[in-house]
Design a protein around this ligand. Structure first.
Ligand code: PRP
Length: 188
């Protein structure tokens, strides 16, 4: 974190600095370029709202090849509910014909794994040429379903993280770094 940016008072610790985010995004962009070397194939980034917006905005500008954008909003019911593992799609792709398209789903974080696991399945049933997933952060300690993303920025410990798109009660998404939220903010 540059000296001009101070840690938000509701954060107890910095987890990923702006510099580290930049380096991670750059590394992911290079790996993505290597995986999709043919510029004539249509690559569509599927940005999962809301949390992945800042990440996707930075990532797309580091990928040096043609690409298109789509947005989805999905929520996972997760484990422990009657509809365990189901996802609800509240905003869907704006196109049906995916035959010639390589889809790359862009997420900010994988936690239980339900969202990306079920979303990948759903998209594969739509007959895209390929479906891959990219996450900035992964919390493997929280995994409830077996799922491994194709591209992963950083594995992080099981802490309550906010910033760079990640929220608590819709706040903190605009922090330019990722911090650990102080427990006093979300307890009692
Ligand atoms: C977060 C994140 C993923 C999902 C990961 O979204 O952006 O979509 O949770 O969790 P999972 O691996 O346990 O399924 P959230 O539902 O908080 O929505 P938001 O992006 O709008 O904040």
């Amino acid at each position: 974190m540059p000296s001009t940016t101070s840690l938000h008072p509701d954060c107890e610790r910095l987890l990923v600095s702006e510099d580290e985010i930049r380096a991670t995004v750059d590394r992911l962009a290079r790996a993505i370029e290597d995986t999709y070397p043919d510029p004539d194939r249509r690559l569509v980034l599927v940005v999962i709202l809301k949390g992945s917006m800042p990440f996707a905005a930075d990532l797309m500008r580091q990928i040096r090849r043609p690409l298109e954008l789509e947005f989805m909003k999905v929520s996972s019911y997760g484990a422990g509910t009657k509809s365990s593992g189901e996802i609800k799609v509240s905003l869907d792709l704006s196109r049906d014909d995916l035959d010639d398209i390589d889809l790359l789903v862009v997420e900010d974080i994988i936690d239980s794994g339900y969202t990306l696991s079920r979303l990948s399945q759903l998209l594969r049933h739509r007959n895209a040429h390929s479906v891959r997933t990219c996450t900035l952060l992964d919390k493997p300690a929280r995994r409830e379903v077996d799922f491994t993303p194709d591209f992963c920025g950083l594995c992080i410990p099981d802490e309550f993280v906010v910033g760079y798109g990640l929220d608590y009660n819709e706040q903190y998404r605009n922090l330019p770094y990722i911090g650990i939220l102080a427990p006093r903010i979300y307890t009692n």
